[in-house]
Design a protein around this ligand. Structure first.
Ligand code: NDP
Length: 368
């Protein structure tokens, strides 16, 4: 008898990560290695909240960023978890980002919402639009949210997953700092320009796809540099535009390639249009840190679309998605997007979030 997709998913939850090298794939680990501790999500969030508050954010921004960052660590998105704290703090300290910015939300048509983050973080700006998004989706079946003057320094799935939990489809685009060469080019133009989307799935967690349009995220390159491990072939170029798998060369004036050759390059272009141009924000290559030496967060834009799938005449949408997922598994796909992240989340909820003793000490010092 065929398994339902939900049954299959339940069995697969503890599947280990196949992507990251063992030394940086902590989120999915069941055992605690030497020097490794476990911390609960709430405790980590609370330490991170104090750090953001100590470094000049508003209460609202501190709450949102701490939950987001702790969530990334919990779900094994470690390139966007506590590893990012020094970058957040450098941007706050240099004044590159305003941690107390009050976003300006305008509903300019029944379904089009425009948000000026006013040089603050993107996640509080999105949260400020929550009521307008709900109203737009309820009344028109779709909300388009154009956020500009925003700093997005995290994974994208936390922005879309909550909508899928409400039975909605959500799709988002973010541009960033120019560190990706267009296909066949030698100089960076695009950011790593991620895309994420989330859909409800009947009797299962939402399916979330969240990926850079570069071969890999810049945070992953930094993790490889820390671990002194090479990048996969074709990942990037050095400062002279020569192919390189050395993470240090890619970070020191080099750049990443887009995924999927010229087709991926066109998708990166699309993200630049949607997140940078359409929102009224900056294009990735227009970022200029100026006096803010050491700042790391990109000042860019984000576009989010939230769609009520029942408006397409399909009341059984989540069932249809489940059916499609079952077919993918039957066809031999060994795992679905988001599965590693859910496995990591479940492990963390049971056993705590793995964290090195040194990292915890450093975080507590910053929070004190
Ligand atoms: P990955 O290549 O690790 O994963 C991309 C997507 O593919 C994920 O949804 C992942 O699911 C899924 N996936 C991975 N392996 C498989 C497989 N074998 N079969 C099916 N699905 C699979 O992500 P990236 O390195 O591209 O990006 C990492 C993160 O960096 C993202 O969260 C992204 O949002 C973030 N980022 C943020 C930027 C910003 O400016 N804020 C810029 C660029 C990236 P799973 O999660 O379960 O592994």
């Amino acid at each position: 008898m065929r398994q339902s997709f939900a049954q299959w998913l339940r069995q697969q939850r503890f599947a280990p990560s196949r992507k990251l090298p063992a030394e940086i794939s902590r989120g999915a680990a069941m055992t605690t290695g030497p020097g490794e501790l476990r911390i609960s999500f709430n405790d980590l969030r609370s330490v991170l909240r104090d750090i953001f508050l100590n470094n000049g954010t508003s209460n609202v921004a501190a709450d949102i960023l701490a939950a987001n960052c702790a969530g990334c660590e919990r779900d094994g998105a470690i390139s966007h978890g506590i590893f990012r704290i020094p970058g957040y703090l450098a941007s706050l300290e240099t004044g590159w980002v305003d941690g107390k910015a009050e976003p300006d939300v305008e509903r300019i048509s029944p379904s089009f919402i425009r948000i000026d983050a006013r040089n603050g973080f993107a996640q509080p700006a999105l949260a400020a639009g929550a009521e307008a998004i709900k109203t737009a989706v309820e009344s028109t079946g779709i909300a388009i949210v154009a956020i500009r003057n925003s700093h997005h320094f995290s994974a994208l799935w936390p922005d879309v997953e909550p909508f899928a939990r409400e039975g909605l489809l959500a799709l988002t685009f973010v541009n960033g700092l120019a560190n990706v060469v267009p296909h066949g080019g030698h100089a960076p133009v695009y950011g790593t320009n991620p895309i994420a989307f989330a859909t409800p799935v009947a009797n299962a967690e939402p399916l979330v796809v969240d990926q850079a349009t570069s071969v890999m995220a810049n945070g992953e390159v930094r993790l490889h540099a820390l671990a002194n491990t090479p990048l996969p072939p074709g990942a990037g170029v050095d400062s002279a535009g020569r192919p390189s798998t050395d993470p240090h060369a890619v970070l020191a004036g080099g750049a990443l390639n887009t995924f999927g050759g010229y087709k991926g390059s066109s998708i990166a272009f699309l993200v630049e249009l949607m997140a940078g141009a359409l929102t009224g924000g900056q294009l990735s290559f227009e970022n200029d840190f100026g006096e803010c030496v050491g700042a790391q967060t990109p000042k860019a834009g984000q576009l989010l679309m939230v769609i009520d799938p029942t408006r397409g005449g399909n009341a059984g949408f989540a069932q249809r998605v489940s059916h499609l997922c079952s077919r993918l598994i039957d066809a031999g796909q060994d795992r679905l997007p988001g599965q590693r992240r859910y496995a990591s989340r479940l492990n963390a909820e049971r056993f705590g979030i793995p964290i090195s003793g040194d990292n915890l000490l450093q975080l507590k010092a910053l929070a004190a």
